[in-house]
Design a protein around this ligand. Structure first.
Ligand SMILES: *Cc1c(COP(=O)(O)O)cnc(C)c1O
Length: 395
C-alpha cells in the first residue's frame, strides 16, 4: 500500500483534551483564589474528586496526591516497613518506580519480565523470600498473573501494592485493577488515560493505611477531619508521622473531575483501537503482539509488539528508520540512549544483577502511543507503517 508519508501521519503525542465543562469551575477557582484543598470547610474540588474516584473504583478510601510516584512512596511509608526492607518490583517499569522505593528507604529487588511484558513467576517466587513488600507495576497497562502473585504473597504474609498508573479501567476476572492489592496507585500525568498534567491517586479499603497516607500526604493539624472515614485511626496517628506534603491542589481536581465520566468510553475506544492495530501487526511474519492473560480485560492507550525471529540490533534500528520514513516513531525501549524504562540505566540503584530475559525483551519490544481519540483511518495508517517497515527490513 502506498502512502503520502508524513502528511497523513497522525499526531500521537497530544494528550487527551480537557472537557469544556472544566472551564467554568477553573474560572471560579481562579477568581476566588481558592486553590488549596483544605481551605473550604468541606466539599473542596479535591475532596469531591476523592469521593467520586472511590465510588468509580468501588474502594472505601481514596487520597488525591501530586503524582503516582508520590502515591507509591506514601504507600510504602504507610506499610511501615523497616529501613532497608526488600521491595520486589518488575524490572520492566518506569524509573520513577524504583525511585519511589529508594525514596521510602527500601531496597528494590528487580524481578525478571518475560517477552509478554509480564512478571516471570519463577523468578518472582525465587526472590519473594524475605521481601517486606511487593510493588507490582502494571507497565503500559499489562497485567501480570495477579492470581499467582496474590497466592504467593498471601501465603508469605507479604503486602502487595499495585502501581496502576497506566491501568485505569483495566479489569482482572472483572475486578478493577488497583483494588486487588492492599493499595492501588494511579497517575493523571498527561500521557495517561486521564490528563491533568500531573496528579495521582491512591485507593485502599484499609482504614489504618488510609489514615497514615492522609496524614503523611500533608493533612496537618486537624485537616484529616475533612476526609471521611474512621476518625479513631486518625487520632492514633496525629503528630506521630512525618508530613511529606504531597497534596493535590484544587485546579488539578477541577481538570480531572469532568474526565471521570469519560473513562469508560476512553477504555472501550482504546481497547478497540489497540486490537485493530494488533490484528494487523500479528499478520506480519516478523511482528507479534503478545495476548493478554485470560482474566485480563485491557484499557490500552498504546501498543507494544515484539520483533520476532532473528533480528540484529542493526535490523531493529533500520526498522525504526523505515517506520519513521512512513511518519511513525517507534520506541524500542532498549535501543534508545538513557531510556528511563531500561533497568541498566537506573544507575542510582548501584550494582544490580543482569536480567537476561528482561534485557532481551527490551531490545526487541516496540512501543507506539495510540491515544484513544485516533480514528480508524489513523489507526490503520499507524498499523500499515509498522507492518510495511518490518517487511522493508526483513521481507
Ligand atoms: C506514569 C507512570 C508512573 C509515574 O506516574 P507519575 O504520576 O508521573 O509519577 C509510574 N508507573 C507507571 C507504570 C507509569 O506508567
Amino acid at each position: 500500500m502506498a502512502h503520502d508519508g508524513q502528511a497523513q501521519a497522525p499526531n500521537v503525542y497530544d494528550a487527551e483534551p480537557i472537557p469544556a465543562s472544566a472551564m467554568a469551575e477553573i474560572e471560579r477557582l481562579l477568581s476566588s483564589g481558592d486553590l488549596f484543598r483544605y481551605t473550604a470547610p468541606e466539599g473542596s474540588p479535591v475532596a469531591l474528586l476523592e469521593g467520586e474516584f472511590a465510588e468509580l473504583m468501588g474502594a472505601r478510601y481514596a487520597l488525591a496526591v501530586a503524582s503516582c510516584s508520590a502515591a507509591l512512596f506514601l504507600s510504602l511509608k504507610a506499610l511501615d516497613l523497616p529501613r532497608g526492607a526488600k521491595v520486589l518490583i518488575p524490572a520492566f517499569t518506569f524509573a520513577a518506580v524504583p525511585s519511589a522505593v529508594v525514596h521510602a528507604e527500601c531496597e528494590p529487588v528487580l524481578v525478571e519480565v518475560g517477552e509478554n511484558y509480564r512478571v516471570d513467576m519463577d523468578d518472582f517466587a525465587a526472590k519473594l523470600l524475605g521481601a517486606g513488600a511487593v510493588l507490582i507495576s502494571h507497565m503500559r497497562g499489562h497485567t501480570s498473573d495477579m492470581d499467582a502473585i496474590l497466592a504467593l504473597c498471601d501465603a508469605a504474609g507479604v503486602p502487595v501494592v499495585e502501581d496502576a498508573a497506566h491501568s485505569l479501567g483495566t479489569t482482572w476476572h472483572g475486578r478493577k485493577i488497583g483494588t486487588i492489592g492492599k493499595i492501588g496507585c494511579f497517575s493523571f500525568q498527561s500521557y495517561k488515560l486521564v490528563n491533568a498534567g500531573e496528579g495521582g491517586m491512591l485507593i485502599t479499603d484499609d482504614p489504618e493505611l488510609a489514615a497514615r497516607c492522609v496524614i503523611m500526604s500533608g493533612a496537618y493539624e486537624h485537616n484529616w477531619k475533612k476526609h471521611p472515614g474512621l476518625q479513631n485511626s486518625y487520632m492514633l496517628w496525629q503528630n506521630k508521622l512525618p508530613l511529606y506534603n504531597m497534596r493535590m491542589q484544587n485546579l488539578s481536581a477541577a481538570v480531572i473531575r469532568p474526565q471521570l465520566p469519560e473513562v469508560a468510553g476512553r477504555v472501550a475506544k482504546g481497547r478497540a483501537g489497540h486490537d485493530r492495530v494488533a490484528e494487523r501487526l500479528n499478520q506480519s511474519a516478523y511482528l507479534a503482539v503478545p495476548p493478554p492473560l485470560a482474566p485480563e480485560e485491557r484499557a490500552p492507550d498504546s501498543i507494544q509488539f515484539n520483533l520476532t525471529g532473528d533480528w540484529s540490533d542493526a535490523d531493529a534500528r533500520r526498522f525504526q528508520a523505515e517506520a519513521k520514513r512512513r511518519g511513525i516513531t517507534v520506541q524500542i525501549f532498549g535501543l534508545s540512549e538513557d531510556n528511563a524504562r531500561a533497568f541498566w540505566n537506573w544507575q542510582f540503584l548501584g550494582e544490580t544483577p543482569d536480567l537476561p530475559k528482561t534485557r532481551a525483551m527490551l531490545m526487541r519490544a516496540g512501543d507506539v502511543r495510540l491515544p484513544t481519540r485516533l480514528t480508524d483511518d489513523e489507526l490503520d495508517f499507524i498499523a500499515a507503517a509498522i507492518f510495511d517497515a518490518a517487511a522493508a527490513v526483513k521481507g
